[in-house]
Design a protein around this ligand. Structure first.
Ligand code: HEC
Ligand code: HEC
Ligand code: HEC
Length: 145
C-alpha cells in the first residue's frame, strides 16, 4: 500500500492534535488487526492500525488515537478494544456513562456497521489518497483474497 496523504479538514482530529498530548504506542502485535467481528459475505477486513496512527496524515497531521478510540479521556490512556463495549448482535448490549453502545453491526446491513460510521462516513468519504484516488470504495477495505 502506498503512503497516503489525506488532504481534508477534519475538525475534531485537528482539534485533538492541537492539544499536543503524547500518545501511547500501538502494541507490535496490533500493527495490523484483522477485523472479523461481523459474519457475512464481505469477509474480514485487514486494518492497517499502526499506519493509521503514524503514516497516514489528515491535513498534514497524524490521526490521534482518540479519533477512533472515542471514549479515551486522555491520549496517555491505553485504549480498549471496540468490542469491549460494542458487542455482537444477539449479545446483551453494554452501557458506558449511561449510554448504550450500539452493536458492532448486523450481517448484510451496511448501515448498521459501526466501522462504516467511524471509518467510512467520518473519514474515508472525505479524505483522498495522495494520488487523488478515492479511499471510499468497498474494496479499499473489503479485499477479497
Ligand atoms: C473504510 C473501510 C470500509 C469501507 C470503505 C467499506 N467497509 Fe464494509 N466493513 C468494514 C469493516 C471494518 C467491517 C466489519 C468487518 C468485521 O468485523 O467482520 C465491515 C462490514 C461490512 C458488512 C457487514 C458484514 C457482512 O459481510 O455482511 C457489510 C454488509 C459491508 N461491510 C458492506 C460494505 C459495502 C457494500 C461497501 C462499499 C459500498 C463497504 N462495506 C465499504 C469496513 C469498510
Ligand atoms: C483509525 C482508527 C484508529 C486509530 C487512529 C487508533 N486506533 Fe487503536 N484500534 C482501532 C481499532 C478499529 C481497533 C480494533 C478494536 C477491536 O478489535 O475491537 C484498535 C485496537 C487497539 C488496541 C487493542 C485493544 C485490545 O484490547 O484488543 C490498542 C492497545 C490500540 N488500538 C491502541 C491505539 C493507540 C495507542 C493509538 C494511538 C497511537 C491508536 N490505537 C490509534 C482503531 C484505531
Ligand atoms: C468504553 C466503551 C466504548 C468503547 C471502548 C468504544 N465505544 Fe463506541 N460507543 C460507546 C457508547 C456508549 C456509544 C453510544 C454513545 C451515544 O449514544 O451517545 C458509542 C457510539 C459509537 C458510535 C456511534 C454509533 C451511532 O449509532 O451513533 C460509533 C461509530 C462507535 N461508537 C464506534 C466505536 C469504535 C470504532 C470503537 C473502537 C475503536 C469504539 N466505538 C469503542 C462505547 C464505546
Amino acid at each position: 500500500m502506498s503512503k497516503w496523504t489525506l488532504g481534508v479538514s477534519i475538525g475534531v482530529a485537528a482539534l485533538l492534535t492541537s492539544l499536543g498530548v503524547l500518545a501511547a504506542d500501538i502494541p507490535a502485535d496490533k500493527a495490523v488487526i484483522t477485523l472479523d467481528q461481523i459474519p457475512g459475505k464481505q469477509g474480514s477486513v485487514k486494518f492497517p492500525h499502526a499506519k493509521h496512527a503514524t503514516e497516514f496524515k489528515v491535513d498534514g497531521q497524524s490521526i490521534p488515537c482518540k479519533t477512533c478510540h472515542h471514549t479515551m479521556k486522555s491520549d496517555a490512556e491505553t485504549p480498549q478494544s471496540c468490542e469491549s463495549c460494542h458487542v455482537k448482535t444477539g449479545e446483551t448490549q453494554k452501557q458506558f456513562e449511561g449510554k448504550t453502545a450500539p452493536v458492532l453491526g448486523v450481517s448484510g446491513n451496511m448501515k448498521s456497521v459501526i466501522y462504516h460510521q467511524n471509518c467510512l462516513n467520518s473519514c474515508h468519504k472525505k479524505a483522498k489518497a495522495a494520488d487523488g484516488k478515492s479511499i471510499a470504495t468497498c474494496k479499499t477495505c473489503h479485499v477479497k483474497e
